[in-house]
Write a protein that binds this ligand. Sequence first.
Ligand SMILES: [Ca+2]
Length: 427
Amino acid sequence: MSLITLRLLLISISLFFPETFCYRQLVSDLTEIRQSSTYENNVASRAIDGGSGFSMSSGSCSHTGVGQSEAWLRIDLKKVYSINTIEILYRNDRGSDLVNTQRLHGYSLQYYDNEWKECYRDSTPDNVPIPMQSTVPCRQHTQYIRIYTYTPSPNDQYVFLEICEVKILGCDVHQYGKNCTHCSRGCNKCDIVNGCVKCKPRFSGENCESCTAKWYNEDCFQKCSDNCPNDETCNEVKGNCPGRCLPGYRGAICEQKCSGGMYGFKCMNTCDTCVNMSCDHITGSCDHGCTEGWTGDLCVEECSNGTYGFQCKNTCDTCVNMSCDHVNGSCDVGCIDGWTGEMCGKVCPEGHYGHNCSGQCQNCENETCNHVSGSCQGLCKEGWGGDKCQEALKTSTVIFPFIYVLNGACGSILVVYIVIIIVVVVR
Ligand SMILES: [Ca+2]
């Protein structure tokens, strides 16, 4: 075949099928075709043999039988397609354009959808030929196409179909456009020409390609976690929240509460000063109060002002300056006078008193003294006096115990009187 011949062939084809090379030719080797009756050997399959002849003598045209009141040519595409247009090439060997197609006048194109439905009916006047370069729209989803007529031509008693070639152009279902582009996953109605014209629920975007805000996964069927940051949607595939979860939550989709004594932003805080480490996963407020030595809403404040222990109910008032460990109450700088022990909760041992119980009250008559001041609880031992019985009394007072009894100025006068009597007696 010469280059010129090939070029002429291509021009010829393009004239007959101006949109043939747009969309896909859906007729394939799998396609089955039948007709209502057959004239001689002009079988139905000739209408989809791809031949270029348009005369009956070419052996590439179908022809229904004589004596029929209706005629049809039915094409089974073997699966449902999205149809755009159908082209019918009729015989052209009867002398004029009008006569060539007069048996086709009044035909209809039908598609099967539980029943045969019409997508096109010819209304060309009887005196006007049907143009074979035109394409007929039949935008339906179907597996079956039928060319049907029950209208005899003015020159015939019966009806005939004499179709040389049929081309069905379209795409697979859920495709559109001349290149059969896939409509998006979110498309509920994929128009063969215009693409997606209706979204599935929870899909949005120009081509229904995205999940509506706050929804995710393949079918946009799952709702983003409420624990994603406010006013932000999640990853529409996996549901991951952008950035960080709200305080108190963790996990890829922020679905898990903080646990194990953790709370707050990123579950980074520990409520280890709560009883049993049990706290609100968001705020950290303790469920059952604070452990010993802690107070406040979050139990992060130490007991103060000389208090310690559970609920800060204990007071360390026997510690110097009431300064003690907020948990166990042990004094920071020792005990006040008269007290001893790790917690300064014991008075000084009997016979001891004062700072660090270092004072000894050994001259008290019954060996006991005030544990703070050291003052004796009763009388001093003989020969001792003063508040703490630590002052040794003078000898004269031993000789004249009554002076001791009387004490004071009156006693001194008596001594002087006795001395004068002794001097007088000696002389
Ligand atoms: Ca043919």
